[in-house]
Design a protein around this ligand. Sequence first.
Ligand code: CU
Length: 357
Amino acid sequence: MQTPKETVPTSLLTLTLGVVVTLFSLWFGQNHGLMPEAVSEQAPLVDRFFNLMMTIATALFLVVEGAILFAVIRFRRKPGDETDAPPIHGNLPLEVFWTAIPAVIVIGLGLYSVEVYGEMGGFENSGGGMMMSHSGHPTHAIRSADQPSALMGSAIAAPLAMTAPDLESAADPLLVDKGNVQPDVPNPKYGFGAAPDAMGKPADLVVDVLGLQYAWIFTYPDSGVVSGELHIPIGRSVQLRINAQDVIHSFWVPQFRLKQDALPGQPSQLQFVATQLGDYPIVCAELCGAYHGSMRSRVIVHSEDEFDTWLQSQIAQRAEATPTVALSATATRDTDLLAAYAQDLGVTPAVLNQLPH
Ligand SMILES: [Cu+2]
């Protein structure tokens, strides 16, 4: 006579498995290590949301892949078994179950994302569309200025010439349009404005950002300083007013967890507060042409004193107003423009002549 084999009840096994999967997912959701350091006040909001999604995704992955592996092993065809599987057709409770769970997850994440969007200032644009910026300098001054791309030369010339000090001098003529001041500039329609507790208050620092093939140009409207890198003080609210000159670009600082499209003719904005000193990459996140990959810059977060020193040094440099290479009347071809930079870059005239022009 055969005694029934004693086994662990299935319900107990699934319960244990459920607990293990949940605990592992909760741990992995906080410790995936996929994000770079978070250095803005806005970053933790995004990270919390991302970690929640990571937790849910980990649990779903384990359950789904686990079920597949289990079925592959447990229901493997036995040698010599030529029969068909039982013809099961539909299981309403099961279908309701696997429809309801994703629905709850998707609706929950949707509501949470709107919450994060609001906390980051995403709603400031929709309400007070005509809020005045504290600076009277027009965003369009930089857009309506003479075509900087003509100064930059051909596409290949731009990235080569884009070391920061060169860019600053090359971009300088953008400021000639100063007479074109419009006092009331409406706040941009798109992007992230001030956080709810600061809504309606002007930012401590306003910087105009222009995206063009293939560089970012930063203009400080209060002082007229132009830079190829973004310099900001730590702990102060910064408003970027973002424009594009030619095609759609996207301003992205991964460490800030902030990204905003730069749209030709449609100003957008980003407001944030940096929380850590340092030097972080700015990346164009929109495929914008052949040299899109080289459209990079840096944001440098200074202490307040350091930032003032930097700004003063830039103002002093502007005051010197020496004629730049880019403006030289004799420099008529791209290669002529480039030749002036070539020595610094270690590029020989022979290499320059190979460039398409
Ligand atoms: Cu771009």
